[in-house]
Write a protein that binds this ligand. Structure first.
Ligand code: NI
Length: 251
């Protein structure tokens, strides 16, 4: 049984979502946590979580949209979060990859949503790109737990997050040739790892270049099993337990 702790599922990327879900189920995917992180995708995911039993949701505004999100949007988000299939807030965070022009707005959006997470006691899924130090310093101000999604930093950074009791979302990047993540994953405890695909992006080897979906989780789990020299069943047992403890599915 596989749990995808983070992916995106949108009609913009997939022609036939029914078929994707069916293929995922056939590949023994039991739960998919779909992130709605733009105004449009939030509304889309609200529909998907009701339509498909294996779909759960995390909702929150991605830093990419920091310049257009208003107080009203945050109030809307807060209102819709109270639902048994919405298991967290995300992906939220900081992204300095394309520049820091709106850094204040990004921080405001990030912290506003961390406050909501703290208040509603919901886990967070964190997006941090070229912004490690600010992400860590901001997270330290709030009593929140969650996942550092698509973790690809150094062992030192991994250990800081682990000490803060965050889980690290490991996905297709691990399987890429020349990925430095292998050495990091080798050193960190299984108790800090959850599996994710970030579909439709970051498809693992041997399907790199094709469109990703949760059915490829198997290749990420196999890769971890090789690196750690443990059975794939053990990888799944521990990472699924980590995911279930965090997201409290079927509460
Ligand atoms: Ni994502």
């Amino acid at each position: 049984m596989f749990i995808d702790t983070h992916c995106h599922l949108s009609g913009e990327d997939y022609d036939d979502i029914d078929k994707i879900i069916e293929d995922d189920k056939n590949a023994m995917v039991d739960k998919i946590v779909v992130s709605g992180c733009s105004k449009e995708s939030i509304d889309e995911v609200l529909v998907l979580k009701d339509k498909y039993d294996i779909v759960y949701a995390t909702l929150g505004y991605h830093p990419e949209y920091a310049s257009i999100i208003t107080e009203d949007d945050l109030n809307y988000l807060k209102k819709i979060l109270d639902n048994e299939k919405i298991v967290g807030i995300g992906e939220i965070g900081l992204d300095y990859h394309y520049g820091k022009e709106n850094i204040d707005k990004q921080k405001w959006l990030f912290e506003s949503q961390l406050k909501i997470a703290e208040e509603l006691n919901l886990p967070v899924v964190i997006h941090s790109r070229d912004a490690t130090l600010d992400t860590i310093n901001i997270l330290k101000k709030y009593r929140v737990r969650g996942i550092i999604h698509c973790f690809s930093g150094s062992l030192e950074t991994a250990n800081i997050y682990i000490k803060m009791r965050f889980l690290l979302g490991i996905g297709g990047v691990l399987t890429f040739k020349n990925s430095k993540l292998k050495e990091v994953v080798k050193e960190i405890p299984m108790e800090s790892i959850v599996l994710e695909t970030d579909s439709p992006y970051l498809t693992p080897v041997p399907f790199r270049g094709k469109q990703n979906s949760s059915k490829y989780l198997k290749y990420i789990a196999e890769f971890i099993s090789d690196i750690k020299d443990i059975d794939i069943e053990e990888v799944l047992k521990i990472t699924n337990r980590n995911a279930c403890n965090l997201f409290d599915f079927d509460r």
